[in-house]
Design a protein around this ligand. Structure first.
Ligand code: NAP
Ligand code: MG
Length: 403
């Protein structure tokens, strides 16, 4: 059988530990038998990042700007223990942070829904995607413990000599005080990424803040979204048959719980942090969550939402059997290949990506799965497979579907 040809390379970022093992298996057994894979390969494994003084991470991000689509394996973000374990020259920064800073993106996380793994919320029929703004607010704040009576003020000194002031509180006793900020430019690129992603998924976009209470700060978010929507997106949304919907954050939370799913939920930084953990656990498992970084310039970087699964890797190194879930890694590949196919008008590649996802979900739905899913499935008598056994089962099904 002829393998599917690619016209443009995919930027491939290899990673660490158990996910690096899975990465190779997915390529060897699921992709390369069917696709003549063209990839621009970067080894982001910790050893190679250290050897290149982390230049390889920057190079991979720059390549993503050239080609537009990347797929990334989970990577170790070093801490003091890792510096010792790998004998690192220094405690390199999180590759995801470096890449995000260079591509200026928003991260979209979507649960992978499959028969046999039921969401805790019974009315959820389709996935809900969280888009989290990853800049500013409480994550980049300044805060003080107020020792006793006094006055706390916000003061802004403009470079042009202008001064703005607002009283926060007249304290009659001890307390706490906090200052935080955001930037119009960051909010705009967040909004643009959300509108673009909603169009590419053909799903409604919801956004919510607390603008009734925060009449300047949160209101600025609401206004930027509204202005950008009117200027650049209203017509395109109408053509695509999708909606932009703004509401208060508490109303949004209530509506999410009553919804059938199938939309994108844009969240301010803190809301996104909290709500994405709620959604991923309510939908089943972190290993059943896709993650894609979308830049406002239209670059896409696909990955799994989980880490390198270190505990399983140490078992693997000892020669013990493992049962690590590769679904999110497979979906990182299928997401990237599909996007590459769409951009290049390569229908064969798009169809292959669909087939790969279908075979993966079909394997789980037929009762063959890894241990993490076997523990929570509603299917009777699930069969628990090893890391490799599960990928083999997908391969068998995929080969049959494509034959
Ligand atoms: P983790 O790799 O997400 O794993 C935490 C635990 O979750 C595992 O021990 C396992 O539970 C379960 N789990 C996660 N993914 C699984 C999968 N695919 N299949 C089955 N079970 C899975 O987080 P971590 O162990 O805290 O972090 C390990 C390394 O990953 C760290 O060095 C961190 O820096 C890095 N990390 C990278 C990324 C990224 O690149 N995007 C994200 C997060 C963390 P059991 O042990 O109970 O089976
Ligand atoms: Mg969190």
């Amino acid at each position: 059988m002829d393998r599917i040809r690619m016209t443009t390379p995919l930027v491939e970022m290899d990673g660490d530990e158990m996910t690096r093992i899975i990465w190779q298996l997915v390529k060897d057994k699921l992709i390369e038998p069917h696709v003549d894979l063209k990839s621009d390969y970067y080894d982001l494994g910790l050893r190679h990042r250290d050897e290149t003084d982390d230049q390889v991470t920057v190079d991979a991000a720059e390549a993503t700007k050239r080609y537009g689509v990347a797929v990334k394996c989970a990577t170790i973000t070093p801490n003091a223990t890792r510096v010792e374990e790998y004998g690192l020259k220094q405690m390199w920064k999180s590759p995801n942070g470096t890449i995000r800073a260079l591509l200026d993106g928003t991260v979209f996380r979507t649960p992978i829904v499959v028969d046999g793994i039921q969401p805790v919320v019974r009315c959820w029929k389709r996935p809900i995607t969280i888009a989290r703004h990853a800049y500013g607010d409480v994550y980049k704040n300044a805060e003080l413990r107020v020792p006793g009576p006094g006055t706390a003020e916000l003061v802004f000194h403009g470079d042009d000599g202008q001064e703005l002031r607002a009283q926060i509180q007249r304290f009659e006793g001890p307390g706490v005080v906090q200052g935080m900020h955001n930037l119009d430019a960051s909010i705009e690129s967040f909004a643009r990424s959300c509108f673009e992603y909603a169009l590419s998924r053909r799903e409604d976009l919801w956004f919510a803040t607390k603008d009734t209470i925060s009449k300047t700060y949160d209101h600025r978010f609401k206004d930027i979204f509204a202005e950008l929507f009117e200027a650049d997106y209203r017509e395109r949304f109408e053509e695509a048959g999708i909606e932009y919907f703004y509401t208060l954050i508490d109303d949004a939370v209530a509506r999410v719980m009553r919804s059938e799913g199938g939309f994108i939920w844009a969240c301010k930084n803190y809301d996104g942090d909290v709500m994405s953990d709620m959604l991923s656990s309510a939908f089943g498992s972190l290993a059943m969550m896709t993650s894609v970084l979308v830049s406002p310039h239209g670059y896409y970087e696909y990955e799994a939402a989980h880490g390198t699964v270190q505990r399983h890797y140490y078992k693997y190194l000892k020669g013990e059997p493992t049962s690590t879930n590769s679904v999110a890694t497979v979906f990182a590949w299928s997401g990237a290949l599909r996007k590459r196919g769409e951009l290049d008008g390569n229908e064969g590649l798009v169809r292959f990506s669909d087939a790969l996802e279908k075979a993966t979900l079909g394997t789980v739905a037929s009762g063959e799965m890894t241990g993490d899913l076997a523990r929570i499935t509603t299917l009777p008598n699930p069969k628990t497979l090893t890391t490799e056994g599960f990928i083999d089962a997908i391969a068998t099904r995929l080969d049959a579907d494509l034959a």
